[in-house]
Structures are given as C-alpha cells and as structure tokens.
Design a protein around this ligand. Structure first.
Ligand SMILES: Nc1ncnc2c1ncn2[C@@H]1O[C@H](COP(=O)(O)OP(=O)(O)OP(=O)(O)O)[C@@H](O)[C@H]1O
Length: 343
C-alpha cells in the first residue's frame, strides 16, 4: 500500500473562502446541517493536536473522510496519509504488513517489504475498522502504541516511529471490550481524543446538497443530463433512515441518474429499522421500534412540509394536530421549513 499525495488545495492548509473570509468545510466533506457544522468544528479541533484519536460512527457515515480532513488540515498535511483496513489483513501477516520485513525474515519473505508504519512516517496511519482486528493483531498494535518503537521483521535494531495514529470503528469499542472481543488496554491507548460522526438520518439537511453533488458526478461519468430533484422526491430522501448512510445515498443517486428521478421514485432499496444488512446485527426490539417510529415521523413531517410549502400552520391543520406540538416535532427532527418554501 502506497501513501497518497495530499490533495493540492489542502496541502497549503488554507480553508478560508477568499471572498467571504469564512471557514470552508474541509475538501471533500459536504454538508449543511447543524450536526455537520459541529462535526467540522470538532475536526478542526482534532487537526490542531497530534494525539491519537478514535473516530466512531455507522458504516458509510464518512469516518475515513473525517480522518483525511484531520490529517490534511493539520501540521502533517504535506506528509503521507496511509489508510489500513485492519479487517482485510490476515492475522498472520499483520505484523509484517505494519512493520515490514527483510528478505528471508520468514519462509515466504523472498523480497524485502517496507511496512505501513514506515510509509506513514511524519504523516498519519489511519487504522480503519479497528474493531475487526484479531487478538494477535491487537497485541502487536498495543506494543507499538506503548512507546512507538518497532522492529522490521528479521532486523535486530528498533526504529522509533513519528506517525500520528487515527483509528475508526463501526462498533462501540467500549461494548466490544466489555464483551471481551477488544482489549481494553488497547482501547485506552487509542481513546485519547474522540470524534463521533453522526449518522445521515440525523443530518437530513445534508441530503439535498449530497444528492446534487453525487448527481453531478454520475451524470458526468455517464455523459447523461444531471437530474433535478423535485421537492417531493427530496422530502422522501430526507425522511429515510439510511442505514448505509452517505455511501447508500450515493448509490441511490447513482441509480437515479441512470433511471431518472420522479416524485414517486422508489429506486432507493430497503428502508427499515429492522434492516440489518449494513449493521453488525439486529438492534433490540425497543431500539428498532423507536427507530421505526422516528423514521415514520421524519417521513411524515417531510411529506406534510412538501405538501404545504413549508407552512407550519397549514401543516398542523392538515395533520390535525396542535401547531406548537408540530413545531416541537419539526425541531426534534431538524426539519428546516424554509427549505420547502420556494421549492
Ligand atoms: N460529508 C460527506 N460529503 C461527501 N461525501 C461523503 C461525505 N461523507 C461520506 N461521503 C462519501 O461516502 C462514502 C463513504 O464514506 P467513508 O468511506 O468516509 O465512510 P466510513 O464511515 O469510513 O465507512 P466504513 O465504516 O464502511 O469504513 C465515500 O464515498 C465518501 O466520499
């Protein structure tokens, strides 16, 4: 695995809009919701330090993108960012992948190999899906994190690494540690700083921006016209639970570019709190029920807002509910009425 060159506009660490002087979100990260703004603020804080950090969030929510933003906004931004998918490396090879080996270090070591830690020198080593690291790999990593010293396999001298460690997990590592699947001493080493990437269902206001962004990309790719998103279709997309988060939305928009968007577009695939295809396992009945209710509420609110052009009083009349109660619900789900006013 080779380190990647930094994106040009990030390498200078400049993130101010020239016209307005305001901070722009880090390159590649798009969003407009309050939760997204908080995420960007947290990313900026983490970029100012050099300590290990643990990034958690559901699958496809943007953890790797957040890690890249932390790296490229920080002092290490001109140095390599090296992503490592912990779940993809066979347990027996983890140490040699991480630290490298010399020729003849073990039976199959016919050529020398530079380790990922060395590739990340001066930059960032991003340990993705750290929750999937098998026990032996956890021991290797713990030893390394204790003093940052490592030995290339087959060599006797030690090297001290200067790579920042960022790790990401889809699962709650505290739960994994409590269940005996993840070493708590390793968790303590990684959990110095913490970043939580919120799921897309809590960032409904990001959906229109992301839809247009992905639509432009796929329309360009296939040389097709860029689709418009009617308010009703956007409302439906905003109301979905998106268990696969931004990655799932990207695929949905990809399909819509190919198949066209209609107000009734139902090309989005499954949407159910009971759908566990993207998660580690079924949620408890109570959590699944709560999510199903929340999902229904979001869908209902977006539909009623689209129907009444964002008029809360008209929406309350249509829903046959109290205006203030409806206002509370809109606030709870972060539904922005203005979005529906001129659409
Ligand atoms: N805020 C965002 N703006 C634009 N694109 C995004 C955003 N968040 C995620 N994406 C895109 O969604 C996809 C998934 O993002 P990413 O790989 O960072 O998620 P992840 O949480 O690391 O996923 P996994 O848990 O599967 O490793 C990528 O194609 C990424 O570019």
């Amino acid at each position: 695995m080779k380190p990647e060159p930094p994106p040009l506009s990030e390498s200078a660490g400049c993130h101010r809009d020239r016209a307005t002087g305001a901070d722009r979100p880090p390159q590649g990260l798009l969003g407009a919701s309050a939760a997204f703004e908080r995420l960007v603020a947290d990313i900026r804080l983490l970029a100012r330090t050099d300590a290990p950090a643990l990034i958690d969030g559901e699958t496809g929510s943007g953890k790797e993108l957040a890690a890249r933003a932390i790296h490229y906004l920080g002092q290490r931004g001109s140095r390599p960012f090296v992503p490592v998918n912990c779940g993809a490396i066979p347990e027996a090879l983890f140490e040699s992948e991480l630290f490298g080996h010399i020729r003849g270090a073990f039976t199959d070591a016919r050529t020398p190999r530079t380790g990922l830690v060395s590739h990340a020198e001066g930059g960032t080593l991003f340990l993705d899906e750290i929750d999937t690291l098998p026990p032996k790999g956890q021991v290797v990593l713990l030893r390394f994190l204790q003093d940052r010293r490592y030995r290339v396999l087959g060599q006797s001298q030690e090297t001290v690494s200067d790579a920042r460690i960022l790790a990401a997990s889809n699962r709650c590592l505290e739960d994994e540690a409590a269940a005996g699947r993840f070493r708590s001493d390793l968790l303590y080493r990684l959990n110095i700083l913490r970043l939580r990437v919120p799921p897309l269902r809590d960032r409904g206001d990001d959906v229109p921006l992301l839809c247009r962004h992905f639509a432009r990309i796929y329309a360009n790719r296939y040389d097709l016209p860029c689709p418009e998103f009617p308010p009703q279709a956007l409302a439906r997309l905003q109301a979905r639970a998106w268990p696969g988060n931004v990655r799932e939305l990207e695929s949905a928009v990809h399909r819509m570019v190919l198949q066209g968007v209609t107000e009734q577009s139902e090309v989005y695939g499954p949407d159910s709190a009971a759908d566990t295809s993207a998660g580690p396992g079924p949620a408890s009945f109570r959590d699944a029920k709560a999510e199903a209710i929340a999902s229904f509420e979001r869908r209902y609110l977006c539909n009623v807002m689209a129907h009444t052009g964002g008029n809360v009083s008209a929406a309350a009349r249509l829903a046959q509910t109290d205006r203030r109660a409806l206002g509370r619900l809109l606030k709870k789900h972060g539904v922005d009425c203005d979005r529906y006013r001129n659409g």
